[in-house]
Design a protein around this ligand. Structure first.
Ligand code: C2E
Ligand code: CA
Ligand code: CA
Ligand code: CA
Length: 278
């Protein structure tokens, strides 16, 4: 039993060292990723629940490393935040998403807007300036840009966050609250922020399968969002049954594998017309 115990301890230590090494390697490589052109964007269509038209696309960042391959965001976004490089990465994402949509518009392709994820750490006064600059640089109309914020922006100075959202609104861009219901535990912030949209997180869609109480919870969220005049987007819809549920309950926009996974820009183009359904 003793020997087994010692072996276990050894295995444990090796695992720890392995994990630390892997993190260190990831860290070193991540610091260089943007400048080496290893970042790219994929786009996932957002579909009007009534007409089936593509009314937007969410830009999702990808990291393609020559040796590691595609490193999924859940493995490195938090790390980029810890390392303080999420600002540079976020700036790159914003610029690329705006210039991609501006080129689609130049080609005459009908995509009303692009949604960009914004880390809570990016959410400072200088971010407003950056958005203004990028819109001017790319010539994209402000209403064609939507910023997906998280509940995390309310963790620091609430007054600060409220003001930044108002300044973004004044620029004419749209704002959305992402991953709603998964983080910050107070709802009161919703009435303080002048948001346009609420995204129902995929975890609520998954919950539907396990019973009527979850369906009631989703109905409650939808009723609340409607009373606050927020557009309702549902993410992670995979099945026709889920689609039917959210159409019945009055959600405005649907995003999920049912329509398309996130795809590179050249694969987004053919998805933009015609509508997914009548
Ligand atoms: P998110 O903002 O909640 O994005 C939705 C995630 O759900 C995406 O994963 C998307 O590919 C996935 N998804 C969409 N539809 C379905 C579906 O029907 N089924 C399933 N199983 N999954 C679906 P992804 O691209 O891996 O991104 C994960 C997270 O990484 C994002 O979650 C977001 O929090 C973060 N992220 C991605 N791009 C950026 C970025 O540019 N900046 C920042 N700050 N975070 C980003
Ligand atoms: Ca949207
Ligand atoms: Ca998002
Ligand atoms: Ca989510």
């Amino acid at each position: 039993a003793k020997r087994q115990g010692r072996n276990r301890y050894l295995f444990y230590r090796e695992d720890m060292e392995g994990a630390n090494l892997e993190r260190l390697k990831l860290e070193t490589e991540l610091r260089k990723a943007r400048d080496l052109g290893q970042l790219l964007l994929h786009y996932q269509p957002q579909v009007d629940s009534r007409s089936g038209a593509v009314v937007g696309a969410e830009a999702l960042v990808r990291w393609h490393h020559p040796d590691f391959g595609m490193v999924p965001p859940f493995k490195w976004i938090d790390l980029a935040e810890e390392l303080g490089i999420i600002n540079e990465i976020g700036e790159w994402v914003l610029r690329r998403a705006c210039s991609d949509l501006a080129s689609l518009h130049e080609e005459g392709l009908p995509l009303p807007k692009v949604s960009v994820n914004v880390s809570a750490l990016q959410f400072t006064e200088s971010f407003v300036h950056l958005v203004d600059t990028v819109l001017k640089e790319t010539g994209l109309p402000p209403e064609a840009l939507e910023l997906e914020l998280t509940e995390g922006i309310m963790i620091g100075s609430q007054e600060g966050a409220v003001r930044i959202v108002e300044e973004l609104k004044a620029l004419g861009v749209r704002t959305s609250i992402d991953d709603f219901g998964t983080g910050y535990s107070s709802l009161s912030y919703l009435t303080r922020l002048v948001l346009d949209e609420l995204k129902i997180d995929r975890s609520f869609v998954l919950g539907l399968a396990s019973g009527e109480r979850n369906a009631e919870l989703v109905r409650g969220i939808i009723a609340m969002a409607k009373s606050l005049h927020l557009e309702i987007v549902v993410e992670g819809v995979e099945s026709p049954g889920e689609l039917a549920f959210f159409q019945r309950e009055g959600a405005d926009v649907i995003q999920g594998y049912l329509f398309s996974a996130p795809v590179p820009l050249e694969k987004l183009r053919p998805l933009l017309q015609p509508a997914y359904f009548e």
